[in-house]
Design a protein around this ligand. Structure first.
Ligand SMILES: [Zn+2]
Ligand SMILES: [Zn+2]
Length: 363
């Protein structure tokens, strides 16, 4: 669908940042809205009807009257939003009619339940990719490319410096670090995002060990949600908070153990229980040496649940889309790249622009 309004930057080779999206989806103060269907997608404000791509905090906000997502994202949303939230879930591939459009979800390969939203109507076929990756992940269904006219892509790691190693290599590195620390009597503390990354690590490590992994208390319920969805992972035990007063030091030693914790636990009294530690961070951000140095972890493991630069380009090519809207991250360089390569490129700002979406870096 061409438009004559100048909303879309259709010229190739030149780049002027278009600021408005129009057509099937429009930008509102609440986030992306589909007028023909009467719903928002991943709104940051409270709305009547919110379609949710996945359970991360920068995509799924509490307060909306009703939520629609792909199963089993509902398991995670329930834990985040509580029993009173109105949450409906459908299977991937099942099409629904909402107003004047047909809506379906397709796997995004990002975290448990993560899905792309395909919307078909008078403006053609639009797909909101949400967050996605192309690397295999034992905790969720593999990304499925969907043919469409307009693809709205994340751009968390939308710079050519971001390229991921094979997961098996990263997992072997983590095991080597853990073994080395164990031999030296140290505790291995691996910081990671509590939804998705922690469970992926537990599933990947289950291929190479059967040891119990200790986890921060805030991760326990989220790991249970993954088990409910039948994801196979290593056994875990919580690191129990030391009593503030009363009993003396707990006798449990964590020397030689692996502990997963959210970044927010770093430097807190919770850490004191763990004895002599080596700490590490598992994130795509660890690709950048300056970030590693600045954050001063003993180790950085480059493991991401987002598409790297080659995967972003490949995915857009796989969709056959003639228009790409980049959002959530390095939107501008990515949209510019597509504009320079024969597509209509645009960006959409989110409420999160300029601030990290969580303590843990891009989830
Ligand atoms: Zn995101
Ligand atoms: Zn995400």
């Amino acid at each position: 669908m061409e438009d004559g309004t100048g909303t879309w930057q259709l010229a190739t080779g030149t780049w002027q940042r278009p600021v408005t999206i129009e057509g099937m989806l429009v930008e509102t103060s609440e986030g992306l809205y589909c007028p023909a269907g009467g719903f928002h997608v991943d709104p940051w404000g409270a709305v009547e009807r919110a379609i949710i791509t996945h359970a991360h905090g920068d995509h799924a906000r509490p307060g909306s009257a009703g939520y629609l997502c792909a199963a089993p994202t509902d398991l995670l949303l329930r834990r985040r939003f509580g029993a009173d939230a109105r949450i409906e879930a459908v299977a991937c591939g099942q099409a629904l009619t909402l107003g004047d459009v047909r809506v379906s979800f397709l796997p995004a390969g990002h975290i448990l339940g993560s899905a792309q939203v395909r919307i078909e109507g008078a403006h053609g076929i639009w797909v909101v990719g949400g967050d996605y990756k192309r690397a295999a992940d034992p905790t969720c269904a593999e990304f499925e490319p969907v043919r469409c006219d307009t693809f709205i892509t994340e751009s968390t790691f939308g710079l050519p410096i971001y390229r991921w190693d094979d997961t098996a290599i990263v997992v072997a590195d983590i095991m080597g670090w853990w073994d080395g620390n164990a031999a030296a009597g140290r505790t291995s503390v691996l910081f990671c995002y509590a939804i998705g990354k922690a469970q992926r690590l537990l599933a990947e490590l289950a291929r190479v060990t059967d040891k119990t992994v200790y986890v921060h208390g805030m991760m326990v319920g989220l790991i249970e949600a993954y088990r409910e969805a039948r994801v196979a992972m290593l056994p875990v035990a919580p690191v129990i908070e030391a009593p503030a007063s009363g009993r003396r030091r707990s006798t449990k030693s964590f020397a030689g153990e692996l502990v997963l914790a959210p970044l927010s636990a770093r430097g807190t009294p919770w850490m004191r229980r763990l004895g002599d530690v080596s700490d590490a961070f598992a994130s795509g951000l660890m690709r950048v040496r300056g970030v590693r140095r600045q954050r001063a972890f003993d180790r950085g493991f480059v493991l991401s649940d987002h598409a790297d630069w080659p995967a972003l380009l490949q995915t857009v090519a796989d969709t056959g889309a003639s228009r790409v809207v980049a959002t959530h991250g390095h939107a501008e360089p990515l949209a510019r790249y597509f504009s320079e390569h024969g597509l209509a490129g645009a960006i959409m700002r989110t409420a999160w622009e300029g601030e990290p979406s969580s303590d843990d870096g891009p989830p």
